[in-house]
Design a protein around this ligand. Sequence first.
Ligand code: NDP
Length: 315
Amino acid sequence: RKGSVIITGASSGLGLATAKALAETGKWHVIMACRNFLKAEKAAKSVGIPKENYTIVHLDLASLESVRQFADNFRRSGRPLDVLVCNAAVYLPTAKEPSFTAEGFELSVGTNHLGHFLLSRLLLDDLKQSDNPSKRLIIVGSITGNTNTLAGNVPPKANLGDLRGLSGGLNGINNSVMIDGGDFDGAKAYKDSKVCNMLTMQEFHRRFHEETGICFASLYPGCIATTGLFREHIPLFRLLFPPFQKYITKGYVSEEEAGKRLAQVVSDPSLTKSGVYWSWNKNSASFENQLSKEASDAEKARKLWEVSEKLVGLA
Ligand code: NDP
């Protein structure tokens, strides 16, 4: 049978490019988990994904109710699950005021981390039951959350502190709009959410790899300067960012190439090591990258797991 993979946020950018790369092999059926059905359908058609190789299922990560419904719907469909890719994200670098998810969590961390945390937990059993020897759970990370890199040192830097804001409910009441309890900063909230994604992947690995055989991985696909992720940024930034990445930092990667990289983490038989944060060098060869001190802090990962469980109603 074909492999069965769920990709969140497959309606644009990296998710769409990955869906295309996998569907084209003819070996995968891609479940595109998207908040905007029509946009996803148009996107799939526009890049020419063969009709028989994808299904679009509604998922709004900014609503835990929607996440639960998605998991129920998926289970009822009777499809097996071999790989789950947590890819969707919002980035609100110019927002002056915070926005909130349906349950009242700050939107960037609520969507990018808490929505995916619940989704992964709910689908873990389905992954466990897959007879595919290389079943995987992949959470897309980023260099920007890694303060051991140049890009990760552009202020505002990621910093989860002692998680007091998250423990306080991440709802804007009593200094709890940011994970560390600081003032709202949209760019930082995104970076913090990416640190959460990388910590979560490692905590999954520690808790479940041996028992389930599932391979847990994260990755930094390169700077895909052209995606919708930067849609909220000021026009001048959007104009200058792609050439800056292409010619100055040389970290630029096309959506197509980034999609191939993530598709590799989904299906390449040589990338089965669990607990790894993958990156690619100039020649597009994959390697196991080092995470920053905070993004590999096991004690913080455990605490993040426990607080997140409470917030999404699992504990
Ligand atoms: P895009 O904005 O192109 O894609 C993000 C996707 O997430 C879209 O499909 C979007 O849906 C979806 N999404 C947003 N909010 C929700 C929600 N509430 N529920 C469901 N889906 C949602 O950005 P990228 O492709 O660049 O980003 C993909 C991943 O890559 C992210 O995890 C990002 O952090 C990571 N990344 C990106 C880098 C880059 O340089 N671009 C670098 C490193 C990592 P819709 O189409 O409806 O808006």
